[in-house]
Design a protein around this ligand. Structure first.
Ligand code: NAD
Length: 294
């Protein structure tokens, strides 16, 4: 079995690394925070003291980090970055959601060293990460994708090659434009039902059976109605994704008014409730705004 280094053991990375261990891969883990490393070691992972140790031992390196600066620091820019130690033939898979432009820069830097680099961001949330059913959108050189497809199949229910470097991240941006839009519009619909004092669970069930049905109604509405905003996907990370989308739209000369509005709304959410709250708290904010107006 392939030897895998896994960097970033947060909400998503921990269950993903756990699934690779369960599938029999030899997994070495690394995170800046000690507690998830300890937890993964209890599940059978190896621990590396330094990035040099982590990378030297392994033929695949996976990152699952918050944003472009974290990925750049870990892979190419830091004094202890992976690029200084990875042997030619290593394949690095970035599964974080980051900028397609930065992705291409990292791809070029690794190419010069004979190291493969693919972008493989995911959708499906913590439940998808736990169940190994994520949708994985891949960009990069096809032979590198083919070489690690078996590993991605453990993590994903659908693993799709989208094209050259950055194509996975661009697809993920499209995904997040819809995530931000649908969770907001669903929140507005539920706010109307709340105002009319309808049974929100009943409304959700009815909407699920018609043309309004969507992933958020199926997976998120019940938690939102119950007021559970413990983080499964932090609001600051969705705001980051929306801003990646705004940057991408600007690069392409596109004006997307609904996207701009969601940026404004999620920026205010993070401002008011902090970036660590779940992104579905947009419902709480919309309800609070309505009460304020009345
Ligand atoms: P998280 O904040 O829970 O975890 C990030 C982890 O990275 C933390 O454990 C942190 O300590 C670690 N880290 C940060 N910088 C590091 C570094 N330089 N070296 C080693 N470790 C470092 O985030 P998450 O929710 O797991 O999300 C990770 C990525 O996946 C993000 O890009 C996010 O947008 C994306 N994503 C998240 C979800 C979700 O539902 N949570 C779904 C799809 C995609």
């Amino acid at each position: 079995m392939k030897k895998i280094a896994f960097i970033g053991l947060g909400i998503m990375g921990k269950p993903m690394a756990g699934n690779l261990i369960q599938a029999g891969y030899d997994v070495t883990v690394f995170d800046l925070v000690e507690s998830p490393v300890r937890e993964m070691v209890r599940q059978g992972a190896k621990e590396a003291q330094t990035i040099e140790q982590l990378v030297e031992r392994n033929e695949i390196v996976i990152t699952m980090l918050p944003n472009s600066p974290h990925v750049k620091a870990a892979l190419t820019d830091g004094a202890e970055a992976v690029i200084h130690y990875a042997a030619p033939g290593t394949i690095v898979i970035d599964m974080s959601s980051i900028s397609p432009k930065v992705t291409k820069e990292i791809h070029e830097a690794f190419q010069e060293k004979g190291v493969g680099f693919i972008d493989a961001p995911v959708s499906g949330g913590r439940t998808g990460a736990e169940a190994g059913t994520l949708s994985i959108m891949v960009g990069g050189d096809r032979p590198h994708f083919d070489a690690v497809k078996d590993v991605l199949d453990v993590l994903g229910g659908r693993v799709t090659y989208m094209g050259g470097s950055g194509a996975g991240q661009t697809t993920k941006i499209c995904n997040q434009i819809m995530v931000a839009g649908t969770v907001t519009t669903m929140s507005e619909a539920l706010a109307v039902a709340k105002k009319e004092e309808l049974d929100l669970y009943h409304v959700r069930d009815v909407l699920q059976s018609g043309g309004a049905n969507c992933w958020h109604l199926e997976h998120k509405a019940a938690g939102m109605i119950a007021g559970d905003y413990s983080p499964s996907f932090k609001a600051e990370l969705l705001l980051k994704d929306v801003r990646l989308a705004v940057d991408k739209a600007q690069e392409e000369g596109l004006d997307l008014p609904l996207l701009r509005k969601t940026e404004e709304m999620f920026a205010r959410l993070v401002d008011q409730y902090g970036g660590g709250i779940d992104y579905t708290a947009i419902f709480k904010q919309i309800c609070a705004d309505i009460e304020e107006v009345e």
